[in-house]
Write a protein that binds this ligand. Structure first.
Ligand SMILES: NC(=O)C1=CN([C@@H]2O[C@H](COP(=O)(O)OP(=O)(O)OC[C@H]3O[C@@H](n4cnc5c(N)ncnc54)[C@H](OP(=O)(O)O)[C@@H]3O)[C@@H](O)[C@H]2O)C=CC1
Ligand SMILES: O=C(O)C1=N[C@H](C(=O)O)C[C@H](O)C1
Length: 252
């Protein structure tokens, strides 16, 4: 029988971290060996014999956490936002020196969200206009959401080779921010509203029609099947994988 994965959760006292602690504890093929909060020493990962780390902390600490994990040969499954291209490039460079180690960074671990982003990218080349509205709880520290940025990048990357021009927009006068953030030519609008977890809508417009691709996370339990899938798969995917779609076959 395969021995259980020895998993440590970083950010264990947070909204996502607490949910991950529950999910890992309930998984029969995993042992939760450490649950660290802010201020806890990363040395505890080594003392506990962790082989896998889940990082659900804050953009300011995730890079140092993952660097420590990689330098000690621990596989990492990362949900924290803030992994822009420069940070991912630096991490890929570090991983080149640790060829056995795998890191998965996914802006969203909800399977429905991963599919919604893939569907949006597929649809984006067929519509003149694409805009994204991401809606979150008001305790979220970053905007736009990592998911919205990733969705916009996928949509933009699908439109460019297909020769689709940027969406039409005659706006000449507006208050700052009225048209949202420009992510690769796709406008992203961020709503922060008490009561929400994390819905997102991709609006695609053509002459006389609109397609809306909407995903709702009502509960943080929605992210856990993806986190567990990541933990089970990361060791067999050495190097850096960006997006849970890297572990799924979405071309069927
Ligand atoms: N990829 C995905 O599917 C998802 C990703 N996220 C992302 O995950 C991250 C966490 O979200 P959420 O749980 O809502 O945020 P929370 O603020 O609830 O949790 C973050 C936790 O990390 C702790 N923390 C801060 N620094 C460290 C550190 N150096 N080591 C260990 N713990 C630390 C914080 O402690 P303290 O309270 O003391 O500051 C806090 O408990 C965000 O970036 C969010 O966008 C969220 C949902 C899904
Ligand atoms: O902070 C959150 O809550 C979420 N963060 C991630 C993001 O920024 O995309 C994933 C999900 O949207 C929830």
């Amino acid at each position: 029988m395969t021995p259980p994965l020895k998993v440590a959760v970083l950010g264990a006292n947070g909204r996502m971290g607490a949910e991950a602690v529950k999910a890992v504890t309930a998984a029969e093929d995993m042992d939760l060996v450490a649950a660290l909060g802010r201020g806890d020493s990363l040395q505890r990962l080594l003392e506990a014999g962790a082989t896998h780390v889940v990082d659900l902390t804050v953009p300011a600490s995730t890079e140092a956490n993952v660097t420590f994990a990689v330098e000690h040969g621990l596989h990492a499954v990362v949900g924290t936002t803030g992994w822009d291209e420069a940070r991912r490039g630096a991490l890929a460079g570090l991983l080149a020196g640790h060829p056995e180690t795998g890191v998965l960074i996914a802006p969203n671990y909800a399977l429905g969200s991963v599919l919604a982003s893939a569907f949006a990218a597929k649809a984006a080349r067929y519509f003149e206009s694409v805009e994204i509205i991401e809606l979150h709880h008001p305790d979220k520290v970053d905007a736009p959401s990592g998911t919205a940025v990733r969705t916009a990048q996928l949509a933009s990357a699908a439109r460019t080779p297909a020769g689709v021009p940027a969406g039409p927009d005659a706006t000449e006068h507006s208050l700052d921010g009225a048209r949202g953030a420009d992510v690769g030519g796709v406008r992203v609008h961020s709503v922060r509203l008490r009561g929400l977890v994390a819905p997102q809508e991709v609006l695609l417009g053509g002459p006389g029609e609109q397609l809306t691709i909407r995903h709702d996370s009502y509960d943080r339990a929605s992210f856990m099947p993806g986190v567990l899938l990541g933990l089970r798969s990361v060791a067999s995917h050495p190097g850096l994988t960006y997006g849970l779609d890297g572990y799924l076959d979405l071309n069927d």
